[in-house]
Design a protein around this ligand. Structure first.
Ligand code: ADP
Ligand code: MG
Length: 256
């Protein structure tokens, strides 16, 4: 049965999509069956994997009842499956927001038939506390929180942790925090070390020990429509994402 992990933080540009895509690739390279769901109307994950967002059956079609979820599973040929997004998702989110208690469970019920097929289902979310994020968290076993390790970005973290608490209390969700992933870290600089220390001090036990280094190669790999783990497997960012994947697998196997 799949473990479901939502990648979330309200702040845009924190490395959510990059982490969702590269963690999907990492888990797949570790031999796991992985599905990535792009639940952001901006469709950055879909685009970065080279999938056409206009004509491809997508999660918005499923939410509108046009296709069963099994029919929108796409294979971008990166070792894992993808359910693409589409900008129509923004309109659907507005509908979901009209009745939160009715719609909070919608992703959970849609994913139920897919659980036996995968080891991991990753969900990339919009940079907001929208109903899309909430229904993803309600469906999830874990939330993974990527953040840039600088002072202002780190302010958004408490909001993410509070949202998870609210989703647990308000909707009876079982989601736990998998951890905080420091992203875009200027490795080798004093300021980066200070910020990571600060993070560990503020959130002991939550900061995962695999900071993702800042590198233009991440943007390059997205332009090439490839995870960094394919584009440049020996790059330090690939190594970090591979280690993060292994860490998650070990944690699961310990618990299981
Ligand atoms: N480790 C990194 N080093 C350099 N640039 C990065 C890194 N991770 C992400 N980026 C770039 O930063 C921007 C925002 O990242 P993204 O993953 O899309 O964030 P989010 O999904 O939280 O908005 C993108 O242009 C992406 O290419
Ligand atoms: Mg994103």
């Amino acid at each position: 049965m799949a473990t479901i992990i939502t990648v979330t933080l309200r702040k845009g540009g924190s490395g959510k999509t990059t982490t969702a895509v590269n963690l999907a690739s990492s888990l797949a390279k570790h031999g796991k069956k992985v599905l990535l769901i792009d639940l952001d109307p901006q469709a950055n994950a879909t685009l970065s994997l080279g999938v056409d967002i206009v004509n491809t059956p997508n999660i918005a079609d499923v939410l509108q009842g046009k296709h069963p979820i099994e029919h929108v599973i796409n294979d971008p040929l990166k070792g894992f499956d993808l359910i693409p997004s589409n900008q129509i998702l923004a309109q659907i989110e507005a509908t979901l927001a009209t009745d939160p208690s009715k719609y909070a469970q919608i992703i959970k019920s849609l994913l139920a038939p897919l659980l036996p097929r995968y080891d991991y289902i990753l969900i990339d979310t919009p940079p907001s506390e929208s109903m899309l994020t909430i229904t993803a968290l309600v469906a999830s076993d874990y939330a993974l929180i990527p953040t840039q390790a600088h002072y202002l970005a780190m302010h958004g973290l408490q909001q993410a942790l509070d949202l998870i608490t609210r989703v647990k209390e308000g909707y009876g969700a079982n989601v736990e925090i998998l951890g905080i992933v420091p992203t875009m870290v200027q490795t080798g600089t004093n300021i980066a070390d200070m910020m990571i220390d600060q993070l560990k001090n503020d959130y002991p036990d939550l900061v995962l020990p695999y900071p993702i280094p800042h590198s233009i190669k991440l943007t390059e790999s997205q332009l090439a429509n490839e995870p960094i783990t394919d584009y440049d497997p020996s790059h330090p960012a690939s190594v970090a994402y591979m280690q993060l994947g292994k860490h998650i697998i070990w944690k699961e196997e310990d618990n299981g």
